[in-house]
Design a protein around this ligand. Structure first.
Ligand SMILES: Nc1ncnc2c1ncn2[C@@H]1O[C@H](COP(=O)(O)OP(=O)(O)OP(=O)(O)O)[C@@H](O)[C@H]1O
Ligand SMILES: [Mg+2]
Length: 258
């Protein structure tokens, strides 16, 4: 579904190439696979997601979606960010209908499809509410409904539940798995939580710094549905934690000169 070969990214200023943000990243993501990306802060996880989303272009290497180069964002690749980015001036329903309207669908169809997707994430009762009246978890549900309404083949999620309390996070993880099992999207999910990765993923990619690239690629063989607390789950969590602990931190201590 997605393949990266020798991907390299550097941000340049004034025509000069800056330091490498990603080096030699090669990765192939299969159809319907749920992949989590773990790694210390600053190791390039969001950059990799932004490249797949088409928000930024690689400096070199190949990045393909279904065999074709990714050059720009597209509706087949939906993105959910850490903070739900809803339009504050639109109701929940209109926020979800917006992308459908942009596709030129009739208003009635947009409303019906938006409502259906709000139902899927348990937010249909709030269709007429404005975003500022919702909690963080509710906003994130709406953001997920908005992305799902466009029926993407790929869901790119950048720490989508990290700002939520533990209970809400676990409920949304369960709902995400339910939706994924129903619709079979290819999911790329960035997280800092080893437990979350072990619970969600078919496969965990561990990224590291200096150079920023992939250090481990671990299949998670735990059967589904999974329980969060079991000996097998603990063993997976321990293994992933060991991988992470072996990595240096990306951000060194700040030197404060007197
Ligand atoms: N637009 C940009 N211009 C220059 N440097 C950038 C840009 N975006 C990211 N970087 C740098 O790229 C490196 C990787 O950043 P990135 O946001 O991908 O890390 P991350 O792994 O997602 O970190 P975190 O876990 O904190 O979200 C950082 O050193 C960051 O400063
Ligand atoms: Mg990030």
């Amino acid at each position: 579904m997605i393949s990266c070969t020798d991907l390299h990214k550097a941000y340049g200023t004034n025509g000069a190439s800056g330091p490498a943000i990603l080096s030699d990243v090669s990765l192939s993501l299969g159809h319907g696979e749920f992949t989590c990306i773990l790694g210390p802060s600053g190791c390039g996880k969001t950059t990799l997601l932004n490249l797949i989303a088409g928000f930024v272009r690689p400096s070199s290497g190949a990045l393909l979606f279904r065999g074709k180069p990714i050059r720009e964002p597209g509706p087949e690749r939906g993105v959910v960010f850490q903070e739900a980015t809803l339009f504050p001036w639109l109701t929940v329903l209109k926020n979800v209908a917006f992308g459908l309207e942009q596709q030129g669908k009739p208003e009635k169809t947009c409303t019906e499809e938006a409502l259906h997707h709000l139902e899927l994430v348990g937010m249909a009762d709030h269709a007429r509410a404005y975003p500022h009246t919702l909690s963080g978890g509710m906003k994130q549900r709406v953001a997920i409904a908005r992305v799902l309404a466009l029926a993407p083949d790929v869901l790119l999620m950048d720490e989508p539940f990290s700002a939520l309390d533990a209970n809400t996070r676990e409920r949304l993880q369960d709902e995400l798995l339910r939706l994924w099992q129903r619709f079979g999207q290819t999911v790329v999910y960035v997280t800092h939580s080893v437990e979350e990765a072990a619970f969600l993923a078919d496969r965990v990619i561990v990224m590291g710094p200096s150079p920023r690239n992939i250090r481990a690629d671990k299949p998670i063989g735990l059967p589904r549905p999974r329980t969060r607390y079991s000996h097998d789950m603990e063993a997976v969590v321990r293994d992933l934690r060991r991988e992470l602990n072996a990595l240096p931190c990306c951000i060194g201590p700040t030197r404060i000169d007197a």
